[in-house]
Design a protein around this ligand. Structure first.
Ligand SMILES: [Fe+2]
Length: 291
């Protein structure tokens, strides 16, 4: 069977994902495809992309106005996401990519660059909208779509590449689940030792484990940096105790590796729960979406 379209990741790439929690897929879409979304984003930002003196805000998160279907727009990225999650039948389709661009146009440009480490502020696990369990389906993967090149010291996301095991052990000990603000206050990054700065070219897509701790970095170069983080959700909770171990997804295998076991029977002891994130409350109070 030709697996290039259904399982584009090589064994080495899957192993990198299991070990480091992420994989970079190069050139999933081209400049021509990116242009409409990128051009419109600069219009909406209201600045001249080629004149940093017009960049009046270091960080802007545009609201989502239009979407593309990832399977059509970037089929390799879509297939790789399905591969990491154990097959397309396990994900909620379509996987939509919006134009809700996160622009970093000079965060922290007024001070020297801090290399990635636990001392940098802002480390977090994504998912401010649900009670977190070890097997939570709400956030299947953490993803980054690079709409511009992302250069070193130019706003590349910082990741703690040994955080998946740290988060897995924390959640495995808490079958009652953990609310997002509690998770945020726990400073799990203090238990991590390995940090990287993610860089790449326009058209690259980074697929990360949902437990990956990450942080915004400084853009001291004031480079153009536009990304999105399109969420991808599972239909069902993860299962770490499958009768047929070959059916475990790489995301599930990474959790088991982090726990240091081959199987793990996990049963939540509290109901799954949606949480209204503070960012939405703030937007509602301000009378609309940020943009
Ligand atoms: Fe995040």
């Amino acid at each position: 069977m030709d697996t290039s379209t259904t399982a584009p990741l090589s064994d080495a790439q899957v192993e990198h994902f299991l070990e480091k929690g992420y994989v970079v897929l190069e050139q999933c879409f081209d400049a021509e495809q990116a242009a409409p979304i990128v051009d419109r984003s600069w219009e909406r930002l209201g600045v001249d992309r080629d004149d940093p003196s017009t960049w009046d805000r270091p960080r802007v998160h545009l609201s989502s106005q239009t979407h593309v279907d990832a399977e059509e727009f970037a089929p390799t990225a879509f297939a790789a996401a399905c591969q990491l999650l154990g097959g397309r039948e396990r994900i909620q389709e379509p996987w939509e990519w919006s134009d809700g661009i996160i622009a970093n146009l000079g965060v922290g440009a007024d001070r020297p660059f801090d290399e990635p480490s636990a001392k940098v502020g802002g480390w977090h696990k994504d998912g401010d909208f649900f009670r977190h369990f070890l097997d939570s389906p709400e956030q299947g993967l953490l993803t980054i779509v690079l709409w511009t090149d992302v250069v070193s010291r130019g706003g590349g996301t910082f990741v703690a590449t040994d955080s998946v095991g740290v988060v897995a052990r924390f959640l495995a000990e808490r079958p009652e689940g953990v609310l997002p603000d509690v998770l945020q206050q726990t400073r799990l990054v203090e238990h991590c030792r390995d940090f990287e700065e993610l860089t790449g070219r326009q058209g690259d897509v980074v697929l990360m484990h949902p437990f990956m701790l990450h942080a915004t970095s400084q853009n001291v170069l004031r480079a153009q940096r536009l990304i999105t983080n399109p969420p991808i959700a599972l239909r069902e909770p993860m299962d770490f105790d499958r009768a047929d171990a070959s059916q475990s997804s790489p995301v599930e295998q990474a959790v088991l590796r982090g726990l240091g076991v081959d199987r793990f029977a996990f049963t939540p002891t509290a109901p799954r729960e949606a949480v209204v994130p503070p960012r939405l409350l703030a937007q509602q109070a301000a009378g609309g979406a940020a943009g």
